[in-house]
Design a protein around this ligand. Structure first.
Ligand code: D5M
Ligand code: FE
Ligand code: ZN
Length: 493
């Protein structure tokens, strides 16, 4: 295959980075994949990089298979009925071995001690990675260092991390932008749409504008790293399905035992959709924990954290053997609260049977080659309160904002504790095929630029705390995604 691939490359008059060669050779059809990238280029590039083939190369292949992601499905009401086509395509899991790989998470790689140097290094890494992403955007070609841009009288392009953002009494907004050396104040004029463009602290953005005689950069455009505009769903060869859960909150008085019995019976029964589900991704808050919020003891029916995990282990052991469970922690779980969170420690893992794979929060997981970015979603607390128009009821909008920023938890110093690791693991470096969060106890499926979005409900009824904050949960819904097509449905229990 290597010779064929290299012959194809030379015939097309381009070069392939060594990493891109290895990556392509690990794919099912390397040439189709490369061709998928080349057809998106107006001119044949001099060199094709690893990033090129990873991000854009899926197009031709998917188009050839007529794979399509079902367009926006914003409300639950619209999707509780199962389209006949979804039912027809499913295949019973059979005896095929599950294919789960953790591609990326913090487990075993944590380095930070929380020193001042750690913070500096962490932000430098965040800035460098996102700056590189922004530099590849054509709008920002020729982006300059802030120090240099400041002295220019022409239109400039700069990239920086948002150090502050405030509104003036005239309705303008001023944003302070920092790069490794300098800072500049950017005016988002009241009379332009930019004045209402959401900007959050510590995100990395590009700005196009001109610097006035007082050194203020008057913006005409704001550029986010965002996702490439074209991407078809990169599907698995078979129509196996993955189901998503989170926020089970075992041990809580409000855990919905009857709903759990229903979903457990359905998964183990002979419904054809149930039989096609091979994987269950559980995205955190799997138990209620202890001491997570004041006076939590009054809300617990199991007040020992190991007892809570043991009860969960029994529940999961009762699920059918064909289901491979991938489980990550959330803010109620027994791992460090700071993100990225590592997988459960062995003292907890050993309570579960061998059908479980433990991953960190967040993690990038491959299921039969379909890449799933799973994140509990704590940062939604900060994003909902910082971005006008965002709401706990509409987590998919918050997830789209994360994808536009290419960051899961941009705001430092809010409710989401962030550990200053040497590398920023909360950057969305690779574009996933499916992006899933939990935490807000809502539910929904949608897509953004070809990425399937899932928010995975809860198995806990409204808690007194949520009642006080007027948070209405949507419990006992099971989102299910077809691994071949990316089609998603939600089943209610
Ligand atoms: O969070 C469940 C839901 O409750 C989620 O929508 C966030 C919200 N919540 C929980 N704690 C807080 C605080 N302290 N402030 C604001 N909103 C909150 P869970 O992680 O299951 O407790
Ligand atoms: Fe929760
Ligand atoms: Zn949570």
């Amino acid at each position: 295959m290597r010779e064929e691939l290299l012959a194809f490359v030379s015939e097309r008059g381009t070069l392939l980075e060594p990493d891109a060669v290895e990556f392509l050779l690990s794919q099912r059809d390397p040439i189709a994949r490369l061709e998928g990238f080349l057809v998106t280029c107006q001119e044949t590039p001099f060199v094709v990089t690893l990033e090129n083939v990873m991000q854009a190369g899926e197009i031709a292949r998917a188009a050839a298979k007529k794979v399509q992601v079902r367009p926006g499905l914003p409300t639950v009401a619209a999707i509780v009925s199962v389209p006949a086509s979804f039912r027809r395509l499913g295949e019973p899991a059979g005896d095929r071995a599950p294919d789960v790989r953790i591609l990326r998470d913090i487990t075993g790689h944590s380095t930070c001690e929380g020193t001042l140097e750690d913070f500096t290094r962490y932000f430098r890494h965040r800035f460098q990675v996102l700056r590189n992403m922004l530099r590849s955007r054509h709008e920002l070609l020729g982006a300059q260092e802030i120090a240099k841009a400041r002295r220019s009288t022409r239109e400039v392009r700069v990239i920086g991390i948002v150090a502050d953002v405030r509104r003036t009494k005239n309705g303008h907004r001023i944003m302070d932008l920092e790069d490794d050396a300098e800072q500049i104040s950017v005016l988002l004029p009241a009379e332009s749409a930019l004045a209402s463009e959401p900007v959050v602290l510590d995100e990395v953005v590009g700005v196009i504008g001109t610097v006035n005689d007082r050194g203020l950069l008057i913006a005409v455009a704001l550029v986010r790293p965002d996702l490439p505009t074209v991407k078809a769903f990169h599907g698995a060869p078979d129509h196996g399905r993955v189901a998503f859960m989170s926020d089970i909150h075992v041990g809580s008085r409000t855990f919905l035992e009857d709903k759990w019995s229903k979903v457990s019976a359905w998964l183990g029964g002979d419904d054809e959709i149930a039989r096609s589900i091979r994987y269950l991704v559980v995205s955190g808050d799997v138990v209620d924990g202890i001491g997570v919020y004041p006076r939590q003891d009054e809300e617990l029916v199991i007040d020992d954290v190991y007892g809570q995990y043991e009860a969960l282990a029994r529940m999961l052991a009762a699920l059918p053997d064909r289901l491979k469970v991938i489980m990550l922690p959330g803010n109620h779980d027994a791992v460090r609260p700071a993100e990225p969170q590592p997988a459960f420690p062995s003292s907890i893992q050993k309570l579960f049977d061998s059908n479980l794979v433990f991953a960190g929060n967040p993690s990038l997981v491959s299921l039969e080659g379909v890449r799933i970015l799973a994140y509990h979603g704590r940062s939604m607390d900060d994003l909902v309160s910082s971005i006008p128009g965002m709401s706990y009821q509409r987590p998919l909008e918050v997830m789209k904002a994360m994808l536009r920023m290419r960051h899961l938890a941009p705001i430092y110093g809010g409710k989401t504790p962030i550990a200053p690791e040497a590398e920023d693991h909360l950057i969305i470096e690779e574009v996933p095929d499916i992006f899933v969060t939990g935490h807000v106890h809502a539910v929904g499926v949608d897509q953004y630029r070809g990425v399937v979005l899932v928010n995975s409900s809860t198995w806990q009824a409204q808690t007194p705390y949520q009642k006080m904050r007027n948070i209405q949960p949507m419990p006992a819904r099971l989102p299910i995604v077809d691994l071949a097509t990316g089609h998603a449905i939600i089943r209610e229990f």
